[in-house]
Design a protein around this ligand. Structure first.
Ligand SMILES: [Zn+2]
Length: 440
């Protein structure tokens, strides 16, 4: 038996709430039992907060504060991605074993750690009879990993009730160790925007036919040429204002040789963009819209020439670019009218939330209080979160989970060996508690 809050996390990690784009493939019994268990573990929360159900299993709670002038929304999601059975998990993914001072299992980091830490922070404050200074909303989605609708429904409910959040906080960044080469201190990385996720399909049609009499430049060859052209002609790279601010804040903690470049990032944007692209795919992705060719389909048989060849291109749209601009770029670099470009999923980059702002300063100073060694800094997230839907009703949408995460832990998200340190989890509860206590 570890700390009671850790037992709550373990109980909820053991319930495999795996979401799926196909509702028929969702184990609704698992979600039902997750919700029942959540209610059993946080009785004060259910007794004192007003609950609205959103989507099939999403929860939207209102904790009425002394004022409703500057409402805060704390977000997390209770669904998880599936487990690859062949991956070498050191501990079974739904066992929630405690080992080496950590809870191991799918969802510990993404994102049940946040669900439980937020719930526990509220439960403890209720136990102490605390009323928050401002309304606090808790929005727990059930289908974040499959871009579902529960967060959209939460936004609709808030809109219906004419709630304009002061700020929204969702998963995203973390107290990230080893995030930047040469920087010894962890970075309290607070996402202020996220790239848009867009999916395109390139499609070429032709005659097809018998493989014994092929002609040149058929659909498959044209598609292959288009894919190579996309690969060879990335979108232009640039250093965003957010990245300039990130570097400015990290500069004092960087090796001496790197400091002038980082401190003067604003003036040195073109050189810096080049350096980031050269440094590898991760840092290159910070500077531009990216294209990844993912699905491929063509002929169904070895002796048949394809009459249709298709490739999926997963696009992550950078702040400053647009889906229309991406399509125009692709048309130009592919330079072949027979290649049809179809947008099957359209997601623009999210607006950038302010940094020179009271809400951001509250997050920053709460990071400084609980994680004094960390350097709080804004960044642009590469992945998507449910919080993007809230940009419709709120200009301050931040993405930060108050847990220390090593590089290995961050790599375990959506992969194997996902685990959250017990002490780090407990510190996260304190962080949410302090954030609510510090509302004025
Ligand atoms: Zn997540």
């Amino acid at each position: 038996m570890t700390h009671p809050a850790v037992e709550k996390l373990r109980a909820l990690v053991r319930i495999p709430t795996v979401s799926d784009r196909d509702p028929a493939r969702v184990d609704t019994a698992a979600f039902d039992s997750f919700l029942a268990e959540h209610e059993r573990l946080f009785p004060r929360l259910y007794a004192s907060l007003e609950l609205t159900r959103v989507g099939p299993h999403g929860l939207l709670f209102l904790w009425s504060g002394a004022s409703d002038a500057r409402p805060l929304v704390l977000m997390a999601h209770l669904d998880v991605v599936p487990v690859d059975e062949s991956a070498p998990w050191q501990h079974p993914p739904f066992s929630a074993e405690v080992n080496d001072g950590a809870v191991w299992g799918r969802g510990t980091l993404d994102d049940k750690g946040c669900v439980v830490a937020i719930s526990e922070a509220v439960e403890r404050l209720l136990e102490q009879g605390v009323t928050p200074a401002q309304d606090v909303w808790l929005s727990f989605g059930c289908d974040e990993e499959v871009s579902g609708t529960s967060a959209v429904e939460a936004v609709e409910e808030l809109t219906r009730r004419e709630v304009r959040p002061w700020f929204v906080l969702d998963e995203g960044g973390a107290v990230a160790g080893g995030a930047f080469p040469g920087i010894g201190r962890p970075v309290g990385a607070i996402g202020v925007s996220e790239k848009g996720t867009t999916t395109l399909v390139l499609q070429v049609e032709g005659r097809g036919g018998h493989a014994s009499t092929p002609s040149r430049n058929g659909p498959t060859a044209r598609l292959a040429r288009a894919i190579l052209r996309v690969d060879r002609h990335p979108m232009p790279s640039a250093v965003s204002d957010t990245t300039v601010e990130l570097f400015r804040r990290l500069a004092p903690h960087a090796p001496l040789a790197m400091r002038p470049l980082m401190r003067n990032a604003d003036r040195l944007r073109p050189a810096l963009a080049k350096a980031l692209v050269a440094a590898g795919p991760e840092s290159a992705a910070m500077t531009r819209t990216t294209f990844a060719t993912t699905t491929l389909s063509g002929s169904p048989a070895h002796n048949v020439i394809a009459s249709t060849a298709r490739a999926g291109i997963n696009v992550r749209v950078m702040v400053g670019d647009s889906v229309a601009g991406v399509v125009a770029h692709l048309r130009r670099v592919i330079g072949d009218k027979s290649v049809r470009i179809e947008v099957v999923e359209e997601g623009e980059a999210s607006p950038v939330s302010p940094v020179d702002d009271d809400a951001f300063r509250l997050l920053e100073s709460t990071v400084a209080e609980l994680f004094p060694d960390a350097v709080p800094a804004p960044y642009v997230m590469m992945a998507a979160t449910d919080s993007r839907h809230f940009t419709r009703i709120c200009e301050r949408v931040y993405r930060f989970a108050p847990f220390r995460m090593s590089k290995a832990q961050r790599e375990a998200i959506h992969s194997y060996d996902e685990h959250l340190g017990v002490d780090d989890f407990l510190a996260g509860i304190d962080w949410y508690r302090r954030l609510i206590e510090r509302l004025t």
